[in-house]
Each structure stands twice: as structure tokens, then as C-alpha cells.
Design a protein around this ligand. Structure first.
Ligand code: DC
Length: 227
């Protein structure tokens, strides 16, 4: 009997930063007619708000107060990506800095932040037909996801991709500094006590170190088609 392919699957893509999750998830969404949800953008939105309001990400009470009053919305942008609104303000471009990435990583260790974003993510994916990328999608957010992928790559390769991206944008880049940031964020994301970045036991690992984006996309589309 051919494998059963659910009509509206939930696809979870987890892995460390720079493994290519968002590029791949967006392309797979387009190819398979799924809605793409960039969950890292939600943590970046809260991290950005903490930065704007001078809230210390390590202060649990202050972060709980921030979570209670902030409104974060993720919208499809019509081109396969997402736009992120914080209290109605579009911050999509402003959250793409290394400073906001570090703030996102810090606020993501707060239980109140994870709780607030858990409900939001489950709500957005409840009808299926979605592909979400993040750190804990297959382990916490959708432990019953139809397809779980853990996308990985060597830290040096992930740093090189980030370096090339910055250089292509004409921005100043220091490879050693980027590598140090990649390692620091990996360490923080993997060792936080709540919902750390770990591979779900039933996730399939795709190591993208020596693969092109097109190869990764084709492999994941095949995994979804074959169940
Ligand atoms: O994928 P990204 O670089 O945009 O994620 C930013 C930070 O958000 C990352 O360092 C960890 C956190 N994050 C998380 O804890 N859980 C998720 N599902 C997605 C991101």
C-alpha cells in the first residue's frame, strides 16, 4: 500500500540558526501549497519590543508584564514570506539584525514568552496545511506533526553563509565574529532549561553542510509527498 499522505499536513522544521530553515521552508511551502510560518520572527518581535522598551530579557517579572500587554501578529506577505506586526506596527525589516537575534535568543528562555507564543503558534497551525520553522516545533509546539525534519549544518558553514549574505548586501562582515555569534547562540538555544533546541526522536535529520538549497528543497518535498 502507498504511504498515507495527509491532505493538510503539519510540517515541522527545526534546527540551529543558519542551517537554511527559512529559505528551505519558504520554498517548500510554495512548491507544496502550504502556508509558511516563521516562528523565529515571533521571538524576534518580542526581543525587539524588549529592546525598544528597555526591558531586561533576564527579568522574569518585567518580561511577564511585557508579554501581557504586547500584541504580536504574523501575516502571510503574499510572496511566500511573513510580515510581523508588533502592536500594529510593521517591524518585519527591523527584526533582521544581529542585535535583535541576540535579544530574541535571550527572551526565548523566559517561560512566559514561550507560553504566550505557544498558543499563538498552535492557533495558526490548527487547520494544518502549514510548514513551521523554529527550534521546538517537532518537540513542543506540534509533537504530532506529520513530517518532522531536523535541519543541521556545521557551525563554520553556517557562519560562512551568514558572512556571504552580509557581503552580498554590501555590509561589513567579520567571519570570526560571526562564527563566535553562531556558537554563542547555538549554546544558548541548546542549553536553556525550557524547550531547548533538541532533535525530536522521530525527526529525520538533513545535514545541509554539503548540499545546495535546491537539493535540500527537493529532498524535503519528497519526504512530504511520501509521508
Ligand atoms: O530562527 P531565528 O534566528 O529567527 O530565531 C531567533 C531566536 O528565537 C533563536 O535564537 C531562538 C528563538 N526561537 C525559539 O526559541 N523557538 C523557536 N521555535 C524559534 C526561535
Amino acid at each position: 500500500m502507498p504511504p498515507h499522505k495527509p491532505p493538510a499536513p503539519v510540517v515541522a522544521i527545526d534546527g540551529p540558526s543558519g542551517a537554511g530553515k527559512s529559505t528551505v521552508a519558504r520554498a517548500v511551502a510554495r512548491a507544496m501549497g502550504l502556508l509558511y510560518l516563521d516562528t523565529g520572527a515571533l521571538y524576534r518581535a518580542i526581543g525587539w519590543k524588549a529592546g525598544e522598551t528597555g526591558t531586561d530579557p533576564a527579568d522574569a517579572a518585567a518580561m511577564a508584564a511585557l508579554c501581557a500587554r504586547v500584541s504580536v501578529t504574523l501575516q502571510a506577505d503574499g510572496a511566500g514570506g511573513n510580515r510581523v506586526l508588533v502592536d500594529g506596527e510593521d517591524v518585519t525589516d527591523r527584526i533582521r539584525t544581529q542585535a535583535v537575534a541576540a535579544l530574541a535568543s535571550a527572551v526565548s528562555a523566559q517561560p512566559c514568552v514561550r507560553r504566550a507564543l505557544l498558543d499563538l503558534q498552535r492557533g495558526m497551525g490548527r487547520h494544518g496545511g502549514v510548514i513551521l520553522d523554529g527550534r521546538d516545533i517537532g518537540t513542543v509546539v506540534f509533537p504530532d506533526a506529520d513530517v518532522k525534519i531536523f535541519l543541521d549544518a556545521d557551525p563554520a558553514e553556517r557562519a560562512r553563509r551568514r558572512y556571504d549574505e552580509l557581503v552580498a548586501k554590501g555590509q561589513a562582515a567579520d567571519f570570526q565574529q560571526i562564527l563566535a555569534e553562531v556558537n554563542a547562540r547555538d549554546h544558548a538555544d541548546r542549553t536553556r532549561p525550557i524547550a531547548p533546541l533538541i532533535q525530536a526522536p522521530d525527526a529525520r535529520v538533513v545535514d545541509t553542510t554539503a548540499m545546495s538549497a535546491d537539493e535540500v528543497i527537493a529532498r524535503i518535498c519528497a519526504m512530504i509527498r511520501n509521508g
